[in-house]
Ligand binder design. Structure first.
Ligand SMILES: Nc1ncnc2c1ncn2[C@@H]1O[C@H](COP(=O)(O)OP(=O)(O)O)[C@@H](O)[C@H]1O
Ligand SMILES: [Mg+2]
Length: 327
């Protein structure tokens, strides 16, 4: 791979394998992504395309999964770190937040204990950790944070719990936040509020964000760049405007086809004709070809590589589209 010295996170040829009933199954099949300092990248794709597995693999959260390829963070290869070193990266250098804050919060510990914990683990004193936890909760719009820190998760609403989860991810001031559908479980108004807060914090701190979402409205308002995932690989990557104006991959075009306006409240990826390919049943050649209006015989044989498309920073993994442009 070419090493990008400006890159904060550089994922190259990532593969994730598991065993299902003793049979090997490849969940992620060659995923590439580069995120620069302060950049926001949205990862989109239908349910089951491998977005969450990719996020978890970058953080090495599942010991049962076999990982291949490289993941470099600030030029350091995360794959070769010990588990202990990796625990040091999580939270302090890369923050993580998931869709369901109830599952990531401990019901038996106070909010204050949980938000200050990442700092305590790094040797910060109790009083300082508590003060910084309070500031972080404040900045996320938790009113009366000092008092609320003595409460337990069940005393918080869904939106407030997600702010707490964000506070835990951000309290140690990481350079990168990986957020996997962080607002999906919340109602529209609360979603907007939480994303606006995240937007403000990211701007303030120069935080880079990998935002996994299926909401194309959120992508348009939040991200600088979009990566589209299908069947364990990225099939298109583009600056956000370019993506909406000139989606190159037939899959991206399908995702965008039913979106009348990108400034509506919530824009779900529409149900495209056909079903996504299951990881155990991925065909040779292009995994999208069975659903693709442009597929040719070649698509059954050759797996399309990502190639430059139209403008700088835009790549598409579709031989029909990219080779046609080139000819
Ligand atoms: N631990 C696992 N073992 C086997 N299959 C898995 C495991 N985790 C996820 N999968 C499968 O991998 C595919 C990708 O899942 P996921 O990354 O959760 O998709 P997404 O987040 O894009 O909706 C799905 O088909 C899912 O069923
Ligand atoms: Mg997911």
């Amino acid at each position: 791979m070419t090493v990008d010295s400006e890159a904060l996170l550089q994922v190259s040829g990532l593969t994730v394998d598991v065993r299902v009933e003793a049979r090997p199954v490849r969940l992620v099949d060659g995923f590439d992504l580069t995120i620069h300092r302060g950049e926001r990248v949205a990862l989109v794709g239908e349910s089951g395309s491998g977005k969450s597995v990719t996020a978890r693999a970058i953080m090495r959260l599942d010991p049962d999964m076999t990982l291949g390829g490289t993941v470099a963070f600030r030029g350091r290869d995360l794959m070769s770190l010990t588990d202990k070193q990796m625990r040091g990266v999580r939270g302090s250098q890369i923050g993580l937040v998931f869709q369901d804050p109830l599952r990531s919060l401990n019901p038996l510990k106070t909010i204050g204990a949980q938000v200050s914990e990442p700092l305590r683990l790094r040797g910060v004193s109790q009083s300082e950790a508590w003060a910084r936890a309070r500031e972080t909760l404040d900045s996320l719009g938790v009113v009366n944070a000092a008092e609320r820190m003595r409460a337990y998760p069940f005393e918080f609403s869904g939106g407030m719990r997600q702010r707490v989860a964000l506070a835990i991810a951000l309290v140690a001031e990481p350079d990168l936040l990986i957020a996997d559908e962080p607002t999906t479980a919340l109602d529209t108004l609360v979603q907007k509020r939480v994303l606006t807060l995240l937007d403000d914090i990211a701007k303030d701190r120069g935080l880079a964000v990998l935002l996994i979402t299926h909401d194309l409205g959120v992508v348009a308002s939040f991200a600088d760049r979009v990566s589209v995932m299908y069947s364990g690989r990225n099939v298109e990557e583009a600056p956000v405007r370019e993506f909406y104006e000139n989606p190159g991959h037939p899959y991206s075009q399908g995702l965008l086809a039913a979106v009348p306006r990108i400034d509506r409240d919530v824009i779900e990826l529409r149900a495209m004709p056909g079903a996504p390919v299951r990881p155990g049943a991925r065909p040779e050649g292009c995994a999208f070809r069975a659903r693709c209006p442009l597929a040719t015989e070649r698509c059954a044989e050759v797996r399309p590589a990502s190639r430059p498309h139209l403008t700088p920073g835009h790549t598409v993994a579709c031989d029909v589209v990219t080779l046609e442009m080139a000819s």
